[in-house]
Design a binder for this molecule. Structure first.
Ligand code: IPE
Ligand code: IPE
Ligand code: MG
Length: 250
């Protein structure tokens, strides 16, 4: 197989999974509970999936916790989500550290309170040397924001004379995005029945495999996770080539 082909026909290489954890509100509504109860239950589902990723020796898990558009929600829900974020940063980080997980937060952090930013920097410092799973939490993240901030950094380098515009390649752009130096997502999972990207990672989803389920995020469990992983392994990733080329090159 030519060296530039990142796949093989027998079992795809699964290094990076990204998840839109959707359906918390509807889960709570079905139980006549406030939406916030769904968000709390969602944190429980996340714990289980992080454990599964560690067990499966996955390199990277990226989860969408709060989008740049989620500020449009009622103020009360936003405030409760911020409290939950702060609680999770306080209570969960020790466990992540014990499991050799490196935590990263991607998104525009300038919008968060001083308290949350302080908790984030403590959590990052505690886990930065860990060599197991990299857990990216997308918070106040938007795929368009990410491409915009990368463009701004590149423009600055051109302006300072550190980069020539004709030297800008796809690699230059990748190196300025939030997920730089990490393998691209191989598998995208969205729960909650919607079939859209909702401004999650945009650039790196170019050749990602998609898995959608109607299951609401708080009900997501290891079995459905395994189904998504099995579905991924059953697919042939062609990256523009023909199926015959891949089986022949084996
Ligand atoms: C996802 O669940 C969590 C966040 C966006 C923070 P939702 O809150 O969007 O749940 P639904 O889609 O309303 O059911
Ligand atoms: C996407 O879910 C964001 C997160 C899960 C954090 P939304 O519920 O905000 O997406 P839309 O609004 O239905 O597209
Ligand atoms: Mg939703």
């Amino acid at each position: 197989m030519p060296a530039d082909n990142p796949t093989c026909a027998k079992g795809n290489n699964l290094k990076h999974i990204c998840i839109i954890m959707d359906g918390n509100g509807r889960w709570a509504k079905k139980r006549f509970m406030p939406r916030f109860a769904g968000h709390k239950a969602g944190l429980g589902a996340l714990r289980k999936i992080v454990s599964s990723c560690v067990e499966q020796d996955l390199d990277v898990l990226t989860i969408f916790a709060f989008s740049s558009e989620n500020w449009r929600r009622p103020k009360k829900e936003v405030n409760l989500l911020m409290e939950l974020f702060a609680t999770a940063l306080t209570r969960e980080v020790k466990k992540l550290h014990e499991n050799n997980i490196q935590l990263r937060i991607i998104g525009d952090l300038s919008a968060f309170s001083d308290k949350i930013r302080g908790l984030i920097s403590d959590a990052l410092a505690l886990t930065e040397d860990n060599s197991g799973l990299t857990l990216n939490v997308a918070a106040n993240y938007g795929g368009r924001w990410d491409i915009t901030q990368a463009t701004r950094q590149i423009a600055q380098k051109v302006q300072n004379g550190r980069l020539h515009s004709q030297d800008i390649t796809e690699v230059t752009i990748e190196e300025h995005l939030s997920l730089k130096h990490l393998p691209e997502p191989d598998l995208f999972i969205r729960t909650g029945g919607e079939k859209r990207i909702s401004n999650f990672i945009l650039w790196q989803l170019a050749y990602c495999e998609f898995y959608f389920t109607d299951v609401l995020w708080p009900d997501f469990n290891q079995e459905i996770f395994q189904d998504a992983v099995d579905s991924f392994h059953s697919r042939q990733r062609r990256f523009g080539r023909t199926g015959e080329q891949l089986t022949h090159d084996q």
